[in-house]
Design a protein around this ligand. Structure first.
Ligand code: ARG
Length: 459
């Protein structure tokens, strides 16, 4: 007999049992389900809905079940559908009628919403910590390569020289925003749904504030119908996660490019690469490639969740059971990718000679020459045109604009003097970019110090 079987004359078809069961994936919520049941039982006792003795039996039974699940001794039964009924049934079998009182003033509809909120609260915090570790890895690279200059790109064309540290700190900022997004989502995750019951609330004298306190929720949900129908917090989490994975994918793409023979800007640790079964010379950047590739599934999960919700009338619908697998896989994928990315960055080496060679070509100080003319009162548009002609002249001869002599430069603008060479060098170019947020060494030093301070303060 099913736990809900009272009104049924026939048993459930085996195919339906298999189709509707979720225990094979929602067993993962057991700790959260038990934590919720503990708080609920204490509240029921406080309100006189069960006795203190019954509450004590329930708590002991739940502890036993939790231990068995942890040790892998608990037998999950698919015919009991989900984690909620597996635990409840097992409790009743252990302690008798007291166990059958646990579900008083509760529905699986508010119960599953609670489990998911507890789960995502924990995972959001774990992922925030992983993001902070990754940010720390970027700050460490920034410190290590504080003096090293590399080409900065737009349109994947060499544009202007920048410090490697500046490039690393761009990622520090990106993943900082991701962390802030998760922190913001936590405000909406952190609302107690229990007490909404099936959809309309309950006629029994419950105390939702007490449950909220027990489970450390700063707020109680306001509308019982919204409470059991709402999965916005899941979608927000999935959206934040998708953006994290997109950021990781952009990083991965740069690493794949930079490790190619064509760039050779960086070397990955051997432990993070694999070889080819046919080409003995190969050392492939599989880890970045897989991180990039996994963005497909994480983005897909976000789209799946949005699609899942779009046609649902209020309130709870069984469709909502389909939210779990995407969100679990999102958590697993993002957490693993963040962990691997941080480990890989710790072993990343920049090839300084290759960077220097790349900097000597591409006329990357052309903007600096234009700025030089601007400082001599030449209108910027005219300066742009003058430098354009000088670049064309240099390229015709297979040289870099920074390699032209003073005599040659003066053919394009009389006003140019000996001091031009200070700005035409790569290091001069970098040092000149002192605007707030720019790549000059002093700005980058300040940025590193701020980053260290903020990671220290939060960690
Ligand atoms: N396994 C269900 C889910 O994940 C739990 C809630 C079921 N509620 C119901 N009335 N059938 O959504």
């Amino acid at each position: 007999m099913k736990m809900w079987g009272g009104r049924f004359a026939e048993g459930t078809a085996a195919s339906v049992e298999a189709f509707t069961a979720s225990i094979h994936f929602d067993a993962r919520l057991y700790r959260h389900d038990i934590a919720g049941s503990r708080a609920h039982a204490r509240m029921l006792a406080r309100q006189g809905l069960i006795s203190e003795a019954e509450c004590a039996l329930i708590l002991a039974g739940l502890a036993e079940i939790e231990g068995e699940i942890e040790r892998g001794e608990f037998v999950f039964r698919p015919e009991l559908e989900d984690i909620h009924m597996n635990i409840e049934k097992s409790l009743a079998e252990r302690i008798g009628p007291a166990g059958e009182k646990l579900h008083t003033a509760r529905s699986r509809n508010d119960q599953v919403a609670l489990d998911l909120r507890l789960y995502l609260r924990e995972e959001s915090r774990r992922i925030m910590a992983l993001l902070a570790e990754l940010q720390g890895a970027f700050v460490e690279l920034a410190r290590r390569y504080r003096q090293t200059v590399m080409p900065g790109y737009t349109h994947l064309q060499r544009a202007q020289p920048v410090l490697v540290a500046h490039h690393m700190l761009a990622y520090y900022e990106m993943f900082g925003r991701d962390r802030a997004r998760l922190a913001d989502g936590l405000k909406r995750i952190n609302v107690l749904p229990l007490g909404a019951a099936a959809l309309a609330g309950t006629g029994l004298p419950i105390d939702r504030e007490f449950v909220a306190e027990q489970l450390d929720f700063p707020a109680v949900s306001a509308n019982s119908m919204d409470t059991v129908a709402d999965r916005d917090f899941v979608i927000e989490f999935a959206a934040a996660a998708a953006l994290i994975q997109v950021h990781l994918s952009r990083l991965a793409e740069e690493l794949v490019l930079w490790t190619s023979e064509e760039f050779s800007f960086v070397t990955l640790p051997d432990a993070f690469c694999t070889g080819s079964s046919i080409m003995p010379q190969k050392k492939n950047p599989d880890v970045p490639e897989l991180i990039r590739g996994k963005s497909g599934r994480v983005i897909g999960h976000l789209v799946a969740l949005l699609t899942l919700l779009k046609g649902l009338p209020l309130t709870y619908n069984r469709d909502l059971q389909e939210d779990k697998e995407p969100v679990f896989d999102t958590v697993d994928t993002v957490a693993a990718s963040l962990t691997l990315a941080a480990e890989l960055l710790a072993g990343l080496r920049f090839n300084e000679e290759k960077l220097a060679a790349a900097l000597s070509r591409g006329c990357m100080t052309a903007t600096d020459l234009a700025d030089y003319l601007v400082r001599k009162q030449v209108p910027f548009r005219q300066a742009h045109a003058i430098v354009g002609r000088a670049v064309a002249y240099a390229l015709e001869q297979g040289r870099d604009v920074g390699e032209l002599s003073l005599i040659e430069l003066r053919r394009f603008a009389e006003i140019i003097e000996e001091d031009v060479f200070a700005v035409l060098s790569v290091s001069g170019s970098v040092a000149s970019r002192r605007s707030w947020g720019g790549t000059a060494g002093e700005r980058v030093d300040e940025a590193i110090a701020r980053a260290q301070e903020s990671l220290r303060a939060e960690g």
